[in-house]
Design a protein around this ligand. Structure first.
Ligand code: UD1
Ligand code: CA
Length: 485
């Protein structure tokens, strides 16, 4: 699995390689899936970590994998095509120091720094990692650890400092004395280290601790003992340093990442009426002066323009929304686009491939799929429009249905510019209604309608005068045996 050949660029000292530890079993997740494949903020944990490493300047990434290594590798490769990434296997989980040691073949010849990251700490962003790297280089340290101060530090390794404030050691919770447990500054599991010196230190680490594991944290003692400098960078936002070891922590970290995204958007001019009930993935973009109402979920690569209003309960996944659009309550849309000034919802469902043009109106209980609506087209009530091309200014009446599926294949419906479709019409595809044509209400259209024509397909209406009174008399005769009334 390892990529053995060291490349010439790797010898430059400013070159930064990220080593991401992701071989843990994640036992506390109680899951069949590898922990680092669980999702927060719309992406697997490991994908967030790789993205931050790249953003901080890592040109090469080595991921140490164990359980479901192939799935982890496939996930990373799919998320970062073209990334210089290698995967090394740690067959036996012998601790974090052993995990880093597995990366040795992939780092052969590397004379620069490594960024050691945990695959289960997804909220640390590129800026935080870049700060760590800068501090490390400024201090010319052998290793710099990223720390954070937690109100509840239990479970984490504690940062032990001397009287002058210099880092002396990291002590794991299980191995810590009562005094050490009182320390609130913890190890985030994130380090920047000069690889040749870390490599030497790893060889001297022994598994003499409560868990019988090779602790990467022991590199601190080893390096200091060898007269090397160890530095620390304290992260100002502890909630972004949290690791995910359980489902409860997954939720907590997800909430922290969401808060960060909402803060960023609000700072850039977006109104978010109720941050507590608004969930936005970190890849989402929202334009200025857009107002987001309570209970909205924006996912994936969704991009919303300026001056939009997104009403309560809306969920948009990979949707592009133009400026000034109004997306009304409880609309659900995925892999679709909504044009400038358009109105969608309430209770609309835009399935993949829906392209709603400028100033269009898609009303309540309208479902669309692979349907393109040109500017100003309207489907205001209770319709299904699938596999369709809808021209400019077309008006689709209430209860219109494109019968796009004949049980075997899907067929297209084309409504040319200016067409008027009366209410309760079925358009049996493939079918085309020509420019400006009218279809009368209640029609079942099975043949093309020429431009400018009127198409009707209902049975002519029949009137039977006095029918109700006659029926009443008939019923009364049967029931009353003649008394009548
Ligand atoms: C580790 C640190 C602890 C720190 C905490 C921060 C050590 C000894 N402890 O503890 O100081 O406060 O992270 O979250 O380093 N892994 C492997 N192979 C192994 C063991 C672990 O790849 O043999 C990976 C895991 O998948 C995980 C990371 O290393 O991504 C950390 O391992 P984990 O078991 O979660 O360590 P913690 O007990 O959380
Ligand atoms: Ca952990």
């Amino acid at each position: 699995m390892a990529r053995p050949a060291a490349r010439s660029a790797a010898n430059r000292s400013e070159d930064l390689v990220a080593v991401i530890l992701a071989a843990g079993e994640g036992t506390r997740m109680k899951s069949r899936r590898a922990k680092v494949l669980h999702e927060v903020a719309g992406r697997p944990l490991i994908v967030h970590v790789v993205a931050s490493a790249r953003g901080a300047g890592a040109r090469r990434v080595v991921v140490v994998v164990g359980v479901q290594g192939d799935e982890v590798a496939a996930t990373v490769r799919a998320a970062f095509p073209g990334l210089d990434v290698s995967f090394v296997e740690q067959r036996e989980r012998r601790g974090t120091a052993d995990a880093v040691a597995r990366a040795r073949p992939a780092l052969r010849g590397h004379e620069g720094d490594v960024l050691v990251l945990c695959g289960d700490v997804p909220a640390l962003d590129a800026a935080s990692l870049a700060r760590l790297v800068r501090r490390h280089r400024r201090q010319a340290a052998a290793l710099t650890v990223l720390t954070a101060e937690l109100d509840d530090p239990s479970g984490y390794g504690r940062i032990v400092r001397d009287a002058k404030g210099a880092v002396r050691a990291i002590v794991e919770h299980r191995d810590a004395s009562a005094d050490e447990r009182a320390i609130r500054e913890i190890n985030t599991g994130t380090y920047c280290a000069h690889w040749p010196r870390l490599d030497r230190a790893l060889r001297r680490i022994r598994p003499d601790n409560a868990q019988g594991e090779y602790y990467l944290t022991d590199a601190v003692r080893v390096l200091i003992g060898a007269g090397e400098r160890v530095a620390a960078e304290r992260h100002p936002e502890p909630e972004l340093c949290l690791g995910v070891n359980s489902r409860e922590q997954l939720a907590r970290v997800g909430a922290a990442m969401n808060r960060r995204t909402l803060r960023r958007l609000m700072a850039s001019g977006v109104t978010i009426l109720d941050p507590a009930s608004t969930w936005i993935d970190d890849g989402v973009r929202v334009g200025r002066d857009t107002v987001i109402h309570p209970g909205v979920r924006l996912e994936g690569q969704t991009a919303i323009g300026r001056d939009c209003v997104i009403r309560s309960g809306v969920r948009l996944t990979d949707v592009e929304v133009g400026p000034r659009a109004l997306v009304r309550d409880y609309t659900v849309a995925e892999q679709s686009s909504i044009g400038a000034g358009a109105t969608v919802g309430p209770f609309a469902h835009l399935r993949p491939g829906s392209e709603i043009g400028r100033e269009c109106k898609i009303g309540n209980f309208v479902e669309t799929k692979k349907a393109r609506f040109a500017a100003g087209a309207k489907a205001s009530h209770l319709s299904y429009i699938g596999d369709a091309e809808v021209g400019r200014g077309v008006n689709i009446g209430a209860g219109t249905i494109t019968c796009n599926y004949d049980g075997e294949a899907k067929h297209r419906t084309v409504l040319e510019d200016g067409v008027f479709i009366g209410s309760d019409t079925q358009l049996v595809a493939p079918v085309t209604v020509g420019r400006g044509a009218y279809v009368g209400a209640g029609a079942t259209i099975t043949r093309d309608v020429p431009a400018g024509a009127l198409a009707l397909s209902r049975i002519p209406q029949k009137i039977i005068e006095g029918w109700v009174a006659r029926r009443r008399r008939r019923k009364a005769r049967k029931a009353g045996g003649g008394a009548g009334g």
